[in-house]
Design a protein. Structure first.
Length: 77
């Protein structure tokens, strides 16, 4: 599979002058870098989201337990 760098290399001698080639290459390298950073950040967000979901379930369990205790105490009053 050809990457964008391979395609640019193919165009370098045919169409692009050296400055245009270097500029395009640098832009695509930055895009690839930003894409990877975005993917990495998304993984962190997903992990945090899973952690927060687990905490939410735990809190719902705690609330349910406290509600049951309140009902028991109300019955004793």
């Amino acid at each position: 599979m050809m990457g964008i760098t391979d395609i640019l290399l193919g165009l370098k001698d045919k169409v692009l002058d050296a400055a245009s080639y270097e500029l395009l290459l640098r832009n695509f390298q930055l895009l690839e870098s930003n894409y990877q950073l975005t993917k990495d950040e998304l993984q962190l967000v997903k992990r945090d989201n899973d952690r927060l979901k687990a905490e939410n379930l735990e809190l719902h369990g705690t609330i349910g337990g406290l509600s049951a205790e309140i009902d028991i105490l109300k019955g004793k009053i």
